[in-house]
Design a protein around this ligand. Structure first.
Ligand code: KG4
Ligand code: ZN
Length: 334
């Protein structure tokens, strides 16, 4: 089954063609992150405008790069939410129009289920359920206990900021460009992660939830205390801050594994899963479970291939719900 995926929930305009949920025929991503590099974050109205400009050329590239025509597409999978409303509507309206004009069924995909599905792209090994998925991006920090490709229980979520948001806001405080994750990771390369002892929130509690607001505040206080030395201390601050975010994420995964001993594999997905220190720390913490990460870095951040993959597994596992009419959704259930 060949699915055209469309993802426009934030500042990436992406269209992809994926066969049977795993084989990526093409994955076009037009990112406008550079536009927001100095503003410290995405400006929703500007993001929506860029979506309008990019959606048609991106769709055209996806279909031509895959060497196909719309007659070859069996279904269109579209991110239905959550995300920035203006950005989402551009993708949803394009998908609905294509569906009507070419008579192709439409599958609405929850953005988070897209991220959870990114793990199957170009992976041929069968998954072992139940598995634990740490889904960490700019919009969410979730821990899922999954029983199938499309079903799972949310066992942990953030009480305040998402992990990616903590990276983005921390980077802005450190005078580093958006997106903050890659900027902090780069600055941290030449820093000492033990130079600052930042707190690991909720580490004494038996919880799978996350919290990053206290850590953010500690960074703010450290910057204020060493006012004037930021240039010199930036690498150490970045490395220590990154370490504290990753340590908290690993701590919750380790706790979840004690609660669910049947779990054999741990996945991490979403923009923050691109972080190499996080991957290294998780690898060291989850033994004897195996760690699975998206095959390539573009599958960690927002992309349409993951939406097409999710669409495939939705129609396979939930055929009755797959093609129901949908509206853009802010619901947290998949
Ligand atoms: O999944 P994504 O592209 O969009 C959302 O659904 O939010 O994730 C974007 C987030 C940003 O907050 C960005 O700073 C973070 O992922 N990110 C990273 C890295 N690459 C992207 N965080 C840490 N390390 C990275 N290498
Ligand atoms: Zn995302």
């Amino acid at each position: 089954m060949i699915i055209l995926g469309i993802e426009t929930s934030c500042d990436e305009t992406s269209a992809a063609v994926v066969r049977n949920g795993t084989e990526v025929l093409c994955n076009i991503i037009a990112s406008t992150k550079d536009v927001f590099a100095q503003s410290g974050g995405v400006v929703p109205e500007d993001a929506a405008r860029r979506q309008v400009e990019l959606i048609l050329p991106v769709l055209h590239s996806a279909i031509t790069d895959a060497g196909l025509s719309y007659a070859d597409i069996d279904a269109i999978a579209i991110t239905k939410g959550p995300g920035l409303m203006g950005s989402l509507l551009v993708g949803v309206m394009a998908a609905r129009t294509l569906s009507l004009v070419h008579n192709i069924p439409l599958i609405g995909v929850h953005h988070t289920l897209g991220h959870l599905s990114s793990i199957w792209l170009e992976h041929s090994e069968e998954p072992t359920f139940p598995c634990l998925t740490l889904s960490v991006s700019g919009g969410h920090s979730d821990l899922w206990l999954r029983s199938s490709h499309t079903d799972g229980k949310l066992i942990g979520k953030t009480k305040d900021d998402a992990a990616g948001e903590a990276f983005d806001k921390g980077a802005a405080m450190l005078g580093l460009p958006y997106p903050g994750g890659p900027s902090i990771a780069k600055a941290a390369e030449s820093g000492d992660a033990s130079a600052f002892n930042f707190p690991i929130a909720l580490s004494k509690e038996k919880t799978c939830d996350f919290s990053f607001s206290g850590l953010k505040n500690s960074l703010r206080l450290a910057i204020q205390k060493h006012d004037g030395d930021l240039e010199k201390l930036r690498p150490n601050l970045a490395a220590s801050y990154q370490e504290a975010i990753c340590a908290q994420l690993c701590h919750r995964v380790s706790h979840a594994l004690t609660l669910y001993p049947d779990v054999k594999e741990v996945h991490t997905v979403g923009g923050v899963s691109a972080n190499s220190r996080l991957r290294e720390m998780l690898q060291g913490n989850i033994s004897p479970c195996a760690l699975r990460t998206p095959k390539t870095i573009p599958y960690c951040t927002d992309n349409a291939a993951m939406i097409a993959s999710a669409g495939y597994f939705i129609q396979l596992e939930k055929p009755k719900e797959a093609y129901e009419a949908f509206i853009t959704s802010t619901s947290t259930s998949l």
